[in-house]
Design a binder for this molecule. Sequence first.
Ligand SMILES: Nc1nc2c(ncn2[C@@H]2O[C@H](COP(=O)(O)OP(=O)(O)O)[C@@H](O)[C@H]2O)c(=O)[nH]1
Ligand SMILES: [Mg+2]
Length: 352
Amino acid sequence: MRGGRAIVALTVVLLAVLGAALHPLAFILSVLPVDTRQLVAALTEARVFIFNLLAWGIVALVVVMVLFTFRGRLVRKVSARPPTDDGSMVPAQPRVVVAVTAYNDAQATADTVRDFIRQPGVIEVLVIDNNSTDRTAELAAKAGARVIHEPRQGYGYACIRGLAEGWSVPSADVVALVEGDGTFAGDDLKKFLAYIGQADMVVGNRVVRGLVEPGSQMDHFFTWGNMAVAFLLRLRFWDSQFLGVATISDVGCTFRVIRRQALEKILPDLTVGGYHFSPHMMLVALLHQLTLLEIPITFRRRVGRSKGASQSIWKGLAVGMAMIWHILTFSPKRPRVTARASLPEEVAVGPR
Ligand SMILES: Nc1nc2c(ncn2[C@@H]2O[C@H](COP(=O)(O)OP(=O)(O)O)[C@@H](O)[C@H]2O)c(=O)[nH]1
Ligand SMILES: [Mg+2]
């Protein structure tokens, strides 16, 4: 069943939270000046039942882990699939097109362009201007970017357009995606390029202590939230040894690099225009059996005001819920393609 493991994990977490909440609830009821003895007894019974269920669940998990360990010793299994070798291997010095999402971030976007344009291997920087009303487009062009206007409002639409436009640059070996908000460092691009020979797509990880600048958007809430949702993604694409076919710990990092041929396979299935685009792209890549690697990157304070998930805890929660629902339920609309993919109308790019 699609997302079955993730649903079981969510149920376990909900049961644990419910069981924990029953304790103080029973206590509060017991000190009330009315007779609540029957209710308290029922709650206590429910709590004991949940506790027993979870405890037996842990025992079963340990037994399964021991069995897997013994089985692994007896049968040497290679569970990591080597990267796709269908002529899509990238050269040692790949040519990179960088696509930058931009929405009313004039200064930060121009700085991002200047930062990335000077990185080794970068042949072009594209700024996807998503209906900005400030000087984003003008300053980005001055900084040396080719500015492309995306009329459909939304972070995901800006990402899809950037990826499609990057794919359409014939000399590009790989396409990088970043935000034009000053959070990502051009210097990190070389880390992605160091690994792109070993995976179809390399994504950034912003949950590594020491690399995240104090005061950045990655506070406790966003760090834990990303880790938890990433674990759901791993449960959906499970591998018993590595706890997921892709060892992902951060689902919301825009900074990623993908091989041109891999991008061609997934572009027609990229459809999410909203803030949950990032895990959407990972899901689609995994459904196409592409290999994903995650690498630790630096994450800096944002320049300017956030318009995305980091606006507030409520916005972050809403985006998190959309991500969870998407991971549990998504499957591509069109039949799975393994051969050469064709681009649909909405991502098709005109002559350059
Ligand atoms: N919020 C928002 N961001 C957009 C949109 N279109 C493009 N973007 C860009 O997408 C990136 C993510 O938005 P951001 O405000 O940084 O969200 P945050 O990372 O959650 O703080 C930025 O580079 C924006 O400029 C849009 O319609 N809304
Ligand atoms: Mg941002």
